[in-house]
Design a protein around this ligand. Sequence first.
Ligand code: GLA
Length: 747
Amino acid sequence: MRAIGALLGGWLLVAGTAIAQTAIRYNAAEHVWQISAGQMSYALGVNDKQSLQTLYWGPRLDPAASFPQPKQLPEAASFDPGIASSPIEYTGWGGGLPYEATLKISFPDGNRSLQLQFVDAKVTGDELEITLKDSLAPVFIRLFYHAYPEGILARWSRVENRGKQPLTVEQAGSATWNLPPRATYDLSSLTGRWGAEWQLQTEALYPGEVVLESRRGSTSHQVNPWFSIGSRGETTEAAGPVWFGELGWSGSWRITVEQTHADAVRITGGYNPFDFSYPLAPGESLETPKFYAGYTSGGNGEASRILHRFQRQQILPQRPHPKPRPIIFNSWEATEFKVDEAGQIALAEKAARLGVERLVIDDGWFGQRNTDHAGLGDWTVNPQKFPHGLKPVIDRVRALGMDFGIWVEPEMVNPDSDLYRKHPDWAMNFPGRPRTEARNQLLLNLARPDVRQYVFGWLDKLVSENDIAFLKWDYNRNWSEPGWDAVPLAQQKEIYVRYVENLYGILADLRKKHPQLEIESCSGGGGRVDLGILQHTDEVWPSDNTDALDRLVIQDGFTHAYSPNLMMAWVTDVPNFLDRRVIPLDFRFLVAMSGSLGIGGNLNNWTPEELSTATRLTAFYKEIRPTVQFGQLHRLLRPGGPEGRETSALQYVSDDGKSSVVFAYLHSQHFGRPFPTLRLQGLDPAGMYRLSPLDPKKLVIASPDPNASPERNGSQERNGSQLMGEGINLALSGDYAATAVRLERIR
Ligand code: GLA
C-alpha cells in the first residue's frame, strides 16, 4: 500500500482530507467479517443455514461495530420465497431463486441447481478469501475481496470443479453487491454510440431489472461497465450517498441492477451470459473479472475523485506514479491515409515549435493501406510512402526533441490483405457461413494460440527495430460470427474469455519486453475503456468526436468514471468533420487542456497568429499539467442539461493542495446574462492563494457586478474562504468564450 499524501498515525492525508487505511477484521463471536477501505465499510456474515450474506455496505464504521445476525428470511408468500429477499453475497441459481444468479452451472446428470454454503475463510493482509461449496456437488467457489486505501473494494471469484465429472458454467458473475433496501434510488450509467460516447443517464430504480451490457465481444461505445447509485432527492454533485462501481473486463460483459418486490437492490456483474458456456473438466477452474466498487457520502464528485485516485494508484501500468501524458501531435485528422516521409517530417517540424512532445503517425503507414478497404494485417512499412523505412522520420522527430508513436490495429484483417489470403481461417467465422464485414474488415480470432503468436511477433519486431515510444492500439469494429472451429464443439464458446485473456497477454508480454513502451486503448474512439484494459494501457481515446462543444459533454461523462489523465483530447481543425461547427482556437484548446492535451489539426494550414496562440497555450498547459492530470477534479458547472446549456466550469486541485486551476466555458451567451459566479471548491479556507489568470482582462475577482472594471494587474491574492464563499467572476461574453485561472497557495 503506498501513501499519496503524508501518512499520519494510520491515516492518509490527501489535500487536507483524511483517508483511512484499509482493515479487514473477523469477529469470531458474531462470525462476521468487516472490511474497511477509505471512506467505506463492508460487512458479511454466515447464517445458521451456512449461507453467506451481505450485512452492510456504507459509510466507514467503528471497528467494534456489531451487526444483526444474518437470519434466513421467512417466506413472504408462496410466490416470494425467503431466498428472494435475503441479501445473499454470491448467489448460485437454485432453490427457486427468482432473481439474477451470480453463478449458474449445469451438471452431466441433468442437475442445474446449486446451494452454496460457507466452508472457510482466510485473511491475508488486505485480502479476504472465502470458500463456498455446493451442498452436494464437489464444486467449490472461491470469493476474493481486496480492500484498497483509496476506498475501493475489488471482488472476484473462481469456480473450481473438484469432482470426477465435467460440468458447464452457464453464467459466471464476479460478485453481487447488495444495497441497503430502499425504494428511492437513482441509477446513473454512461451510454452512447460512435462519436457520442459518455452520455450520463440517470433514471429512477423501481421493481424490475436494468441491464447494462455489451454482447459485442468488447467493452462497447453503447454502455460502459460503470454504475453509480444515489439517493433520490439527496445525492448531488457535492454531497449525499453514492454507491458506485466498475467492472474490469474488455470482452462481453453484463451488469444487472435489480430492485426486488421487497425493495432490496442488488447489482450483479461479470461475464455476459449471452451465448456463454464454459466447460470445466475435473480439476479445471474459471476465474471471473474483477468487479470494483466503492461508497462515499460526498456526492457524485467525490465518487469520481475516488475512482480517479484509485485508477492512478492501483490500476494503470505505471501505478502508483503514472508519468504525465506528453503533448502529442497525431496525423489522423490532418492527413488521414496520406501519410508519407516528407509530409510527416514537415508536420513534426511545426509541431515541435509549438511545444509538442510526441509525434504519432496514425493509420496509413503500412501494407497497401491507402483507404480503409485494404492492408490491415500486413504490418510492413509501405515503401511508396516511406521509401527508407520509418527511420528518417523517427530520427528527425527525435532530433526535434520529441518521441515517436505509431498507430496499429493488431486484432483486425482486411479481406484485401496478404495475411487474409494466406490465413483465411484466422478470421473469426462460422464455417460455411458468410463473414460479416464492418469498415471492410474482419476480426482475427485472438483466442487461437497461432494468432496470438503472430500478433505478438510483428508488434515485438516493429518496436524492437524502431525507436517507438508509443502505440495507439485501435480496434474498429464489434464481433460477428464468433466461431472457433479449431477446438471441440463444447469449448468453442470459451472464445469470449480466451480472446480477451490473449489480448491482455500480448499487451503484458510487449510491456515486459519493452518496459518504456506506452500504449493507448482506442476503439473508434471510446469503445474499449474499462479497468481491465487500463491495467495494460496508459491512456485512452474517449471519442472520435473532436468538436469542442460536444467534447465538453463527452469529457464530463468520461470523468464520472475515469481519470482526466487518461483522457486524450486533441485540438483539431474547423469546421469540425462531424458537426461542421466553427469554434475559435483558444476555446478548442481550453477544452482539450482539461484532459491530456494533443493536437490533431493540419498545422500546414494554421496562420502565424494561430501558431502563436497554440505556442502560448501549450506552454500554459505544461504549467498546469500536473494539477490537471493528477489533481482532484471538481465539476463546478456541468455542461448539458438545463443548467449547463450556456456555461460549464471545472476546477482541479493538486493532491498537496498547493495548486489549482479553473477552466470556464461560455458556450453561448443569451439575453446578456453574465457568466455565473464560480464558487471554488477543495481549497484550504485558511490558505492564501495567488491567482494568475490566463487572460488578466477576464478575471474580476469577487465582484458581484459583472460590469465592474476588470482588474488588469495580472496576479491577485485571495484567501480560500473568500474564493469558496464569494467566488470569482469572469468577464466572458459572446459565443465560445473560455478562459483559465491558475491558483498557487502562498501561505
Ligand atoms: C479510428 C480511430 C481514429 C483513427 C482511425 C484511423 O476511427 O478512433 O482516431 O485512428 O481509426 O483509421
